[in-house]
Ligand binder design. Sequence first.
Ligand code: ZN
Length: 140
Amino acid sequence: MKATRPQPIPTADTRPFWEAGQRGVLSLPECADCGRIVCPPRPACPSCRGTALNWATLSGRGTLKGWSRIHIAAVPGREPPVTVVEVTLVEDSRAVLVALDELGVVQDLPPDAPLTIGFVRDPNGWSFPVVRPADQEGAP
Ligand SMILES: [Zn+2]
């Protein structure tokens, strides 16, 4: 986690996600019409196209949906291989957060393993999601 990754460029649709992450909190839009958690954040709900979205503070809990190991230089600031993990959020099984497996922990886990999503500050000043097994919650 020493390498610096590119800084995010927050937009009106994503700024609350990044600002909540700076406080260590997972926050995503929730559709006022159908209740779907919209991940990644976007201007309209992917289920009903509703645009009434309210930012919700989430638990940061989820389950392992899958992971992919990338063996080419695809992530600036990271030497390959890197592992990308998909986490199904407990609040909405349609909402899947994608993050780098910063701690290298997901490959030994079974499908649907319980996970927690926290945030760790990068040297570039921004905080990025970090996924860990739920039984390691609170670990550095
Ligand atoms: Zn909706």
